[in-house]
Every structure is written in C-alpha cells, then in structure tokens.
Design a protein around this ligand. Sequence first.
Ligand SMILES: [Zn+2]
Length: 363
Amino acid sequence: MKLKKNCNWAKSSCTLQTAPPYVGHNSPHLPCFCIAISSAKHSDSQEHRYIGRFAPSPTGPLHQGSLLAALASFLDAKAHGGKWLLRIEDVDQHRTVQGASQTICETLEAHQLFWDETPIIQSDRDVRYIETLQQLAAQEQIFYCNCSRKLLKQHSGPYPGSCRTHKQAHYRPATATEPASHAIRFDVGHKQPIREQFIDRILGQQSFDVEALGDFIIRRRDSLFAYQLAVVVDDADQGVTDIVRGADLLDSTPWQILLQRALGLKSPRYAHLPLLVNSADQSKLSKQTGAPAIDNSHAVGNVLKALEQLGQVLPIVPPSVTRPAPSTISNLKDPQLLRDILAHAITHWDAHKIPVSPQPIGL
Ligand SMILES: [Zn+2]
C-alpha cells in the first residue's frame, strides 16, 4: 500500500507537517488561561532533548483509548519542549485496513495533535529490519526455528529453546503459497543476565525474569518482521527518547529492552498509561469490545474527557462545552477553544497525576 500518495503528510504544501507553536492567545473564550510557551520549561540541548512519538496500527479508526495515548504522549513531549513524531505501525500487513492511516491522521489533525517531521511507515522499512537481523546474526543472537505449530502447542510455558543451536540455516522466505522455511527467534539465553529491570515513570520499578520471556520471534513464518523488532529499530532511527503508551504494551517492554541491549542502543524512558476499560465487564476498550470511533466534530469534548481520564487539571470552559446543547454544538470543534485547552494542558501537564489503575468508562 502506497500511503504516502494519499496522505496529507506527503504534500509539500501541507502546513501540518510542522506543529504550530503553543504561544499565548488572548482567548475570548478562556481569559483565565496561562500563556504556554512549549519550549520554556526545558532547554532543547542534546543532553536533555526529548523526542516522543505516537505509533498507531492502521487497523481501524482511533477510539477514546487510543486518543488518550496520543494526547498523553503529545502533551508530555510538548511540556518538555520536545518533538512529537508519528509512525504508522503497519508491519503486520495482514491486519492493515485500507484507508485507516488516512482516517487516523485526520483525527489527530481534527484534535490539533500536529506531529513534527514526516512520519515513517513500517511497511517501507524492510531494508532496515534486514540490516538489523544481519547484525544480530553476526553476533549469534538469533537462531532459525523450524518447530511445528503442533510441537510448540505440546509445550506449555515459554519457548523451550529447542533450536537454539541452529545459528545457520538455508533460509527460504515465504511465498504466496508456502510459509518460510524457518521462523527467526532472538536467543534470550545468549549473554543475558537472569533478571532485568526498568523504571516506568507511571508504574514504578518493573522487574522481569529474562529466561521466562522465552526466545521470541523476530521474523515470522510468513516472513513478516515481528512487531518487537520493528519497534526497536524505528524508535532508534527516529531518535525517540521517551515512550508514552498504553499499559497493554507493558509486557512487550522487556523484549524490546533486550533487543536494545543486543543492538547497543540506549533504552528510552517508558511511561505506561492506564487502560480505559468497559465499566460493565472491565474488558479493555477496543474495536472488538465495541469502542466507537472518535467523532472529530466533538474534538473539544474528546480532549477534555481524555484530560480528565489522565488526572490532569481541567481548564475552566464555558458550560456549553461540558453540557452541549444543539444550539452550541459549534463549541465542540471550535479551533481557538481547542488550541487554548491544549496550551493550558501543556502548561499544567503533570505525569505524576496520571492514575495507575485502569479507568472504567461506560459505552
Ligand atoms: Zn524451534
């Protein structure tokens, strides 16, 4: 899929490639707002540079949970005077939905979450993933696994390391009708410590047993590169220093840290956000559990709702925003009002206020 031809980000005339500065407006709506100058809090020196990112998979439109992740990563970046990048994670092309990338971009733009720099698209980046595999192969940190699905099913727990000695193989990629000759796995038993730990900015100290992770797949039997590999390579290539994302990805972090170590990369700082869950059954808000797509015409309300879910100080807004009536519906997408709300949110952003536990919402 050639997304670049369709999406706004590739148009040379597009003004949205560069985020507008959040400098003060004497807003007629919100005279109590502080003036926010995003670069004022921290210097942008090399030592303290901040690069954050939002990395959606184009499997459908954004819902409130994914908007929350986008907003939190955006605010954290801007509050640190940093950059906020966008990456389309379509490495699993079987799950990609036609047109979803465009829809996601439009939703971000409607909520004035403007990204810095041209986004990268994972399906364009096989060359970098192959280079990385070659590096890991040269370090003998990968092996070729031809265990059948049936064999793996018979074994409970992490991958038992059966093929760890297969450091060389005649690898045949997948074809339209045949899977690849092997899956390629990362060898967690190779030069790894027994336990690893990292500090999550929201959840605190995290510790994990490396051997219990199992030798995870980094190139699948269908020859697609695995998410864990792609994320690590992309974050490094984009210079990402800070990852703010949903807690459903907390379990992926140990694998990504192991890959970063193996590749000689510095790990970014992590902050895992509380998930939004359905109040009825505590299931994660997702398309599969009936989460509705974000309504761009309610951008102001959507952002206010997300700020509340993130435990942030809410601005004082006209009653018509929180109790919309048909006659005041224009307030819900008023660009100036939204700009002022975001400026306020950047100035008052406090990651320590983000709740740790899942946030129930009614659908
Ligand atoms: Zn195997």
